[in-house]
Ligand binder design. Structure first.
Ligand SMILES: Cc1cc2nc3c(=O)[nH]c(=O)nc-3n(C[C@H](O)[C@H](O)[C@H](O)COP(=O)(O)OP(=O)(O)OC[C@H]3O[C@@H](n4cnc5c(N)ncnc54)[C@H](O)[C@@H]3O)c2cc1C
Length: 817
């Protein structure tokens, strides 16, 4: 066993598949002075007992990317590091029982093809041809993924460990990290073997990540489920078939029923994600033991009985085999089921690569991503879906993590529909007027824990969860969303928007400093403007509204879910010894959007503010005797104001505006209507249209670039890109003859039989009566009138590229009115 070095550039805590892959990728990037510390033996956490399935399927672009990368890495790894291992690329068949499932598969096929994978949708005959033992009478089809397979997780980990060691990285086993301190800008980690100093630290402690996080003062949002698979004895019929054809069956996933079934030698392995699932170590009387290395939970087959009988009906030869073994092990879950991979929120030079539920399939890609975070401070692909900063402090509450973890586990294979609100872990953060808007018919969903109205139902509308199980545009909500949009167009609408993230930035030099961070102009006092923050590659890091209250005094406002991400970006770029302060004041303020041609008349009834002040200005005033900041902007694209108030004044101000509005046709509107309204204006949504996958120029944001500023972050890269020519560009597309669905994220855009781009946001614009998609297309096609096709759930629809201006009110006359 290697002894503990006294220093290292990076220390990784945890030697499962993910931690070792991180070490391997750091070493590959030339960072060989890295040490991995493992409490017990490598793989002794969740890795040793994992089934080792390696799917590429995901409905998330970034997760699919990470899994695709893993499969490519694993195929060549044995040779690359000279460590033989069992990796069977068998392909997989994912069964569809419903039309919506087929749509999900069509979308995955499109995304997979865009990533260079030959994923395909197949019919019953082909299912049977590939899997002769299956009953297909009740199936609509399946997704065939030729890259799927299974790997031996221990061998994978050992192979990565060998590769890392061969490059000079070190692994110290039986060396738990028990303490962490910051000293002189370095981390000092305590272990029974002594101390080790390092520049960077990575929490890769799997299901023990919460415990390790505590050493750094970080409360990791996670919980632990017990997950089982059943191994069956040899099935002679299967053995004979395998011998005859010379290969294994493809892996089978009955996702509507919720299990996978894999051939294991001549037997089978059945792994359900059961609804009646069980959390472990979730209550005070069930603490996580000090050591659980290489241990399992007792079998609990009763929970799986229903799934077993369903699998036997699907593949009857399974019924002929006896159970040989049950594996029941711990598997960690974050509240959305995705891993925590990226900067550790609020902790300097610390990262997380933990809480993986598919850590074998994702280890390869995760190692690449983690190494990029550490060595470059940024990743090649936008990895917001896995970024630990996507959860703010409320999400770490154990009851929340447990409720969400159980919900996700029980719906591991569920389809994520655009109008569906998952019910667990709700009502965490309520606006002071929650009950008032609920009484008006508000249907809610959680945005960073804040309950916001999505649409307003009327008596008799179907508000059931079942109704939302569709990708169709139409549903009980559609008529109401239309009414809400048209009220905003013709009269006025009010939307309660709790939880906007907000930072108070002030101090000598604040203006000059902000100017180095954004690509454009910092607004003058009394004005508000959008600031785009680029990284050194010119890529879009974030967008914030900058409200200038004085020469060196600002409020920066950003998306609710961006709270920790954007704060960290600001704090990270504060100059040494500065007098500028950045304070997170998110929890102190609230916001209501009032928009529509009658907005001025409504406000005139409740305030003596100067309502003639132009667009992009702001002023302090009083409504119902309470202070508020009236900000003349509208994400809905009509005459309007945002009313920013103290949280405790929300109700008084809402009541006053609501009462005054009754004479002017005021009605409440929700987030679905707002999304439709902003699409018509071409306004980008955070991490949907705005992400590090694109540069500022690709994002069509050059009008926010002030080239003659002396310096700003990303300037050199953007200048270079402009000189070379931008290869793809943001465009608004309108579908010529729309079908039943609008374009979901990452629908491919075609031209002349080739893929030329992708959509980012799609939806129906009720003011223009069109199906709109915001997306990226090859630069030569980003011209008004260019004809393309958008593939929506497998069907291609002709679409037309629009002028580079809003579809609704192109010259902003209504906004400025
Ligand atoms: C029954 C079952 C089947 C599964 N099947 C699959 C599958 O088919 N495909 C798939 O992709 N995933 C599967 N998983 C999930 C998979 O096992 C995990 O996602 C994966 O193993 C996580 O790897 P990891 O490296 O993040 O964590 P782990 O393997 O848990 O490693 C974490 C390591 O950190 C160490 N550690 C903890 N605390 C400290 C400390 N203080 N100091 C030093 N070291 C510490 C632990 O000892 C452990 O070795 C399955 C899980 C279960 C339970």
């Amino acid at each position: 066993m290697a002894g503990l070095p006294s220093t290292a550039r990076v220390v990784i805590i945890g030697g499962g598949a993910v931690g070792v892959s991180a070490l391997y990728h750091l070493a590959k990037a030339g960072w060989t002075d890295c040490v991995l510390l493992e409490k017990n033996e490598l793989t002794s956490g969740s890795t040793w007992h994992a089934a080792g399935n390696v799917p590429t399927f995901s409905s998330s672009w970034s997760l699919m990317n990470m899994q695709r990368y893993s499969t490519e890495l694993y195929r060549g790894l044995a040779t690359a590091v000279d460590y033989p291992m069992n990796y069977h690329v068998t392909g997989s068949i994912r069964l569809a029982h419903t039309r919506e499932r087929m749509r999900e598969f069509q979308r995955a096929k499109g995304m997979g093809r865009y990533q260079g994978m030959a994923i395909d949708v197949i019919g019953a005959d082909e299912i049977k041809a590939r899997y002769p033992f299956i009953e297909t009478h009740d199936l609509l089809g399946a997704l065939y993924d030729p890259n799927d397979g299974d790997i031996d997780p221990a061998q994978l980990t050992q192979a990565l460990a060998k590769g890392a060691r061969d490059m000079g990285a070190k692994i110290v086993r039986f060396c738990p990290v028990t303490g962490a301190q910051r000293d002189n800008g370095e981390w000092v980690l305590t272990t029974p073997e002594g101390e080790i100093r390092c520049d960077y630290v990575v929490n890769a402690a799997g299901y023990r990540a919460r415990e390790v996080g505590k050493l750094f003062g970080r409360d990791v949002p996670m919980m632990v489920m017990s997950h089982q698979y059943i191994l069956f004895d040899e099935i002679p019929e299967l053995a004979a078939w395998t011998k005859e054809v010379g290969h294994k069956l493809p892996l089978l996933r009955d996702v509507d029923t919720s299990y996978y079934l894999r051939q294991e030698k001549s037997g089978m392995n059945l792994g359900p994600y059961e609804r009646n699932c069980r959390a472990h170590w979730a209550t005070h009387d069930d603490p996580m033991p000090e050591d659980f290395s290489f241990q399992l939970f007792p079998d609990d087959l009763e929970r799986l009985e229903w799934y077993l009988s369903d699998a036997v009906a699907r593949v009857p030869i399974l019924g002929t085999a006896g159970v040989s073994k049950v594996i029941n092990g711990p598997i960690p879950y974050a509240p959305d089921g995705n891993p925590l991979l990226g900067p550790m929120p609020g902790v300097p030079n610390a990262f997380e690569a933990c809480v993986f539920t598919f850590g074998i399939a994702q280890a390869g890609g995760a190692g690449k991503v983690l190494a990029e975070w550490v060595t470059e401070g940024a990743t090649e692909w936008d990895m917001w879906s896995c970024d630990p900063r996507r959860f703010t402090s409320f999400a770490a509450a154990p009851d929340y993590s447990v409720a969400k973890g159980m919900e996700i586990y029980g719906h591991e294979y569920a389809i994520h529909f655009p109008r569906h609100a998952w019910p667990a872990g709700r009502n965490r953060k309520l606006s002071p007027i929650h009950d008032r808007i609920a009484a008006l018919g508000a249907q809610f969903n959680a945005y960073n824990g804040w309950e916001r109205a999505t649409w307003y139902a009327k008596p008799g509308d179907d508000i059931s969860e079942e109704a939302t199980q569709t990708f169709d545009r139409d549903g009980p909500w559609q008529k109401r969303i239309r009414e809400e949009c048209l009220a905003v167009r013709d009269a006025a609408g009010i939307l309660d928007l709790p939880g906007f993230s907000r930072y108070r930035v002030e101090g000598e030099g604040a203006r000059a400093w902000l100017s180095t961070l954004i690509t454009g102009v910092v607004p003058k006092p009394g004005r508000i403007g959008l600031g785009y923050f680029a990284d050194d590659h010119g890529r879009i890091v974030t967008e914030m509204s900058i409200m200038a209250l004085g020469e060196d005094f600002f409020f920066l406002i950003t998306a609710s879910v961006a709270e920790l991400h954007d704060l960290e970006w600001l704090e990270k770029h504060l100059p040494q010894g500065t007098r500028i302060s950045v304070k997170n004041v998110t929890d102190a303020f609230a916001c209501q959007i009032l928009s529509g041609p009658n907005a001025r008349a409504i406000l005139a009834d409740v305030t003596d503010a100067d309502l003639s002040q132009p667009w992009l200005t702001h002023q302090s005033c009083r409504i119902a005797g309470r202070w508020c900041q009236l900000v003349r902007v509208s994400f809905a694209g009509e005459l309007g104001w945002e009313i920013h108030t103290k949280v405790e004044d929300t109700a008084a101000i809402f009541d006053a505006v609501w009462a005054a509005g009754q004479r002017h046709g005021l009605r409440p509107f929700g987030m679905f209507a707002l999304d439709s309204l902003r699409l018509e204006k071409g306004y980008r949504a955070w991490k949907q249209d705005l992400s590090t996958d694109y540069t500022i120029l690709q994002g069509g944001l050059e009008r926010f670039v002030k080239w003659d500023k002396p310096a700003f972050k990303g300037k050199a890269a953007l200048q270079n890109e402009k000189q070379q020519g931008v290869r793809k560009r943001f465009a608004t597309l309108v579908i010529d003859n729309p079908g039943p669905c609008d374009a979901p994220y990452m629908s491919t855009v075609w031209h002349d039989g080739a893929i030329v781009g992708e959509t980012l946001s799609g939806g129906w614009g009720h003011r223009v009566d069109k199906s709109i998609a915001l997306g990226m297309v090859r630069a030569d096609l980003a011209e008004p009138g260019a004809k393309v096709e958008i593939e929506i759930f497998g069907e291609r629809f002709a679409a037309t590229v629009q002028k580079d201006e809003p579809l609704w009110d192109p010259h902003n006359e209504r906004l400025k009115g």
